[in-house]
Design a protein around this ligand. Structure first.
Ligand code: NAD
Length: 419
């Protein structure tokens, strides 16, 4: 597959071009942003438990590093390819710029179904991949993190392998590590907490008060969906529906989130959750609720089902859950959409805190982390809202515009080498 072939890359470029033309982004800068700075494809051979050798395809793409070292997750998923990884790296550039981090955009991954590998095979895969990309990562170059199919254990193996190669411990090479090997308090729930903060900022603009009359539906009850549900429940909101890949559940009086999350954390599927009404994922997306949080995967609301969505506010917890066309249809109805690069930026913000703590070997307490997370997201939200009003565009385009403003200034100051 060529670099620009995937729908995700093409969608990212389309959004870049549209928002750039609305704000009058310097065409020379737009031209540079359309392509990644560096893309590395590697073969990752490992010996399987049965003694045979299997080779997987791995990638690491650095899109733009004007603002600082690259930052972005590592995804283990069968659909990972060079083009999708490049598109996701581009979105990371815009996300980091939007929330004002001194970081650029990167992404990586291996085309593999991790559920088919044993723990030992996964460890071998991670360590060999680290070795193959080690020349382009590092605490001052590019700092990976977990993404779909990877977790704190993967990051610990990555950090250990990189440290073995260097001869000393380098905690700042990855984020999302377990706390005992240099992880940060608050990182695991940061994305969901950030979603809940953004819901509150949006509610304020809409004159909506989050309380016992507020109804919420959450599509995707995982690492993002669960903490978002917990925070909004703690504020008094009623989480009336949640879903996972197996289906959705509904209770008009509110679902017991603690029971549901301990059920799914033990490996249960929501289709088997007792004492709730079972509905489909499509029905959940069409519920007449105040707030809908799509926090599962990309492309769940498209021009096909956009008309069925009745929520007053949509908080994009996942990356790209609404297609560009769906956003245009829904925004016209007056629905408040909190765009993904703002709404789910809590994860990369606390990853940034983890990186800083790792470089200083000095660790912060949870209150400090959550209050800094709140303040950074609040500033970013206000910048997006300002662009939304100034340019009279939907919040998604506004988020791109706010990100480009910062990036454009930095790229102009740094100039083009060799000039
Ligand atoms: P996860 O694997 O922990 O949870 C995903 C949830 O979605 C699970 O409940 C799963 O069953 C469900 N799901 C998967 N496919 C589905 C489908 N086809 N229909 C309905 N439900 C489905 O993943 P996560 O870390 O919570 O990530 C979710 C999304 O948020 C992804 O788009 C990810 O890129 C994005 N995101 C995650 C983070 C983070 O810190 N975890 C940060 C930024 C963005």
């Amino acid at each position: 597959m060529s670099l620009m072939e995937s729908p995700l890359y093409q969608d990212a470029v389309k959004q870049l071009e549209e928002s750039a033309s609305i704000m009058g982004l310097d065409p020379n800068i737009m031209e540079r942003l359309k392509y990644p700075k560096r893309a590395l494809q590697v073969a990752v051979p490992i010996r399987l438990d049965d003694g045979t050798v299997k080779t997987f395809q791995g990638f690491r793409v650095q899109h733009n590093m004007t603002l600082g070292p690259g930052k972005g997750g590592i995804r283990f998923h069968p659909k990972v390819d060079l083009s999708e990884t490049a598109g996701l790296a581009m979105l990371m550039t815009f996300k980091c710029a939007l929330v004002g981090l001194p970081l650029g955009g990167a992404k990586g991954g291996i085309s593999v179904d991790p559920s088919t590998l044993s723990r030992q095979e996964l460890q071998a895969l991670t360590r060999r991949y680290t070795t193959e990309i080690n020349m382009i990562v590092g605490p001052n170059i590019d700092i990976p993190a977990p993404d779909i199919g990877t977790d704190g254990q993967t990051m610990a193996w990555f950090m250990d392998t990189y440290s073995q190669l260097k001869g000393y411990t380098v905690p700042g090479v990855v984020t999302g590590k377990p706390i005992t090997v240099g992880g940060s308090l608050g990182r695991a729930e940061a994305t969901g907490k950030g979603v809940a903060f953004c819901v509150n900022f949006a509610a304020e603009k809409m004159g909506m008060k989050i309380g016992s009359n507020t109804t919420v539906a959450i599509h995707g009850f995982g690492k993002v969906g669960v903490p978002a549900a917990e925070d909004l429940r703690d504020q008094g909101a009623k989480i009336v529906a949640i879903s996972d890949v197996s289906g959705a559940v509904y209770n008009k009086d509110g679902i017991d989130i603690d029971k549901a999350s301990s059920f799914t954390k033990r490996g249960g599927l929501l289709k088997d959750l007792p004492n709730v009404e079972h509905i489909s994922n499509a029905e959940l997306l069409a519920l007449d609720v105040d707030i809908l949080i799509p926090a599962a995967i990309d492309g769940v609301i498209t021009e096909e089902n956009a008309d069925t969505v009745k929520a007053k506010m949509i908080a994009e917890g996942a990356n790209g859950p609404l297609t560009k066309e769906a956003i245009e249809i829904i925004a016209k109805k007056g629905t408040f959409i909190i765009p993904d690069i703002l709404c789910n930026a809590g994860g990369v913000i606390v990853s940034y805190f983890e990186w800083v703590q790792g470089l200083q070997n000095f660790f912060w307490d949870l209150d400090q982390i959550n209050s800094k997370l709140h303040d950074i997201l609040k500033d970013a939200f206000e910048n997006v809202y300002e662009a939304h009003q100034e340019y009279k565009v939907d919040m998604k385009k506004a988020a791109f515009i706010a990100a480009f403003k910062r990036l454009m200034r930095a790229m102009r100051y740094r100039g083009l080498f060799p000039g």
